[in-house]
Design a binder for this molecule. Structure first.
Ligand code: RB5
Length: 142
């Protein structure tokens, strides 16, 4: 299951991403928000992050205006490795090298076409599981 959430700056892009997840018949849970009315992104970051660390969700997607605030908030939760991606190269690399478990994007930064490609790249790339990357992730956890 994929946990997805946003603030008002990410609501429109989240709607596009959910449409794509449905097209791919991927299971997801939408943690809000549900409109473009202003909300506080840390609340949605926390909800999605807790779903990921608890194992309820396999991965998370968080969207705010830039992807930055919501990723900073998510990364405060132990076990979360949230990566802001604005291109497919970084989406692939953060899965291969960092085993990122949350993709963060900016609704005011990337258009829906690119965001869908970034999402597919993130979801479809497995962690490399190479020792040097496992060691580095272990040091982050420590
Ligand atoms: C909201 O205006 C905006 O600050 C938020 O969506 C995000 O970009 C914060 O990093």
């Amino acid at each position: 299951m994929i946990a997805i959430g946003c603030d008002h700056g990410g609501f429109e892009l989240k709607t596009e991403i959910i449409r794509h997840l449905e097209h791919r018949r991927l299971e997801y849970k939408d943690f809000g928000c549900n409109s473009t009315e202003a909300v506080d992104y840390p609340e949605y970051a926390r909800a999605v992050a807790e779903a990921v660390v608890s194992g309820e969700a396999d991965k998370g997607i968080l969207i705010c205006g830039t992807g930055i605030g919501i990723s900073i908030a998510a990364n405060k939760i132990k076990g979360i490795r949230a990566a802001v991606c604005t291109d497919c190269f970084t989406a692939e690399a953060t899965r291969l090298h960092n085993d990122a478990n949350i993709l963060a994007m900016g609704g005011r930064v990337v258009g829906p076409g690119l965001a869908v490609k970034i999402t597919d790249t993130f979801l479809d790339t497995e962690f490399s599981n190479e020792e040097r990357h496992r060691n580095r992730i272990g040091k982050i956890e420590d």
